[in-house]
Design a protein around this ligand. Structure first.
Ligand code: SER
Length: 321
């Protein structure tokens, strides 16, 4: 990774990954792209930024060629709940964008990363300690996109020799960019509401366990996988990674260590509950640990402490503006 093009750079992962990559490899080496442009964003101001609709493969190729990129990190996609509400839009964006990005990587010989998800599993997948290699018959459009994407990335590796690599991310938690349209979003919203109101109404019910990870660990995992020795990789698309398996009660208990009167209530959204119920309770990340040294720094307690401190600072700044 020396010159990297990032799609979806203003999204949930991109907003922080671009900053990390610019720190590691140099600001001019990271070409951030997104379908929208926020002129006041540090991503737009602190290095190359280009407008890009990922369904426009020609422009994507021209930009990648112009900047002579050797790596493509393709993040632009719709998350699960939005994809379920607009399945055809999701198919066209998630799959159309991916195949365009893979084609650019093939033509330029670039290394390639795109995230998969716990959404790539379905109701017939073993729910606990879900293995790396197992049944993948998801029942959501997002999951169909993710499994198809994993297969397509493996195909580009075997057929064309494109160095494709991917991670099956769990719910990602951060105080920087809000996710939007995902099933795991409650695990971010709960912190905002805990600080603002001292209570939160969860759209997922009690005992809904899913894997989560703090964003700094997710960013480290992307860099570690992309820097990993290719000869050590038995898998490629995509590795199970996780830091914790939690339900709303566990999150509330962690928050109460800092905000003792925090109240958790429930008003279950059947659509997102059905999606969550079709996903694993906990996944097994042994392959990632063994093949490229995956590790995390944050468990639920440590993440909660950091989230509350950083979010309080952020919300105080917003209020004082
Ligand atoms: N966070 C994603 C979602 O909820 C899962 O990959 O859609």
């Amino acid at each position: 990774m020396k010159k990297i093009l990032v799609t979806g750079a203003l999204g949930q992962i991109g907003s922080e990954l671009v900053i990390k990559l610019r720190d590691l490899y140099g600001a001019d080496q990271i070409v951030a792209t997104d379908i929208k442009k926020h002129d006041d964003s540090v991503i737009v101001q602190a290095g190359p930024f280009e407008l890009l609709d990922v369904t426009d493969g020609k422009t994507m190729f021209e930009l990648a060629k112009k900047y002579q990129v050797d790596t493509i990190i393709h993040l632009a996609a719709l998350l699960s709940a939005t994809a379920e509400a607009k399945p055809l839009v999701a198919w066209n964006l998630n799959m159309g964008g991916l195949v365009n990005a893979l084609e650019v990587a093939r033509e330029l010989g670039s290394q390639f990363f795109t995230p998969s998800s716990i959404g790539a599993f379905g109701p017939s997948t073993p729910k606990d300690n879900t293995p790396q290699d197992t049944i993948q018959r998801p029942t959501t459009m997002y999951g169909v996109n993710k499994v198809s994407g994993e297969l397509l990335c493996d195909y580009y590796f075997h057929k064309f020799g494109v160095d494709t690599r991917g991670l099956r991310f769990p719910g990602l938690i951060s105080y920087v960019a809000a996710p939007g349209g995902g099933t795991t979003d409650y695990a971010v919203e709960i912190y905002y509401e805990a600080i603002k109101k001292g209570r939160y109404t969860s759209y997922l019910g009690k005992d809904t366990f899913m894997d989560m990870m703090y964003m700094p660990d997710a960013l480290n995992a992307i860099v570690a996988l992309m820097e990993a020795d290719a000869s050590k990789l038995k898998h490629r698309n995509a590795f199970n990674v996780t830091a914790m398996s939690v339900d709303p009660e566990a999150m509330a208990a962690a928050i109460r260590m800092h905000i003792p009167n925090f109240r958790l209530e429930y008003s279950v959204d059947p659509v997102r509950q059905a999606i969550a119920d079709s996903w694993p309770n906990s996944i097994d990340a042994t392959a990632a640990r063994e093949e490229w040294g995956f590790k995390t720094d944050y468990d639920l307690a440590r993440m909660t402490e950091d989230m509350l401190v950083k979010l309080r600072e952020k919300l105080a700044q917003t209020v004082s503006l």
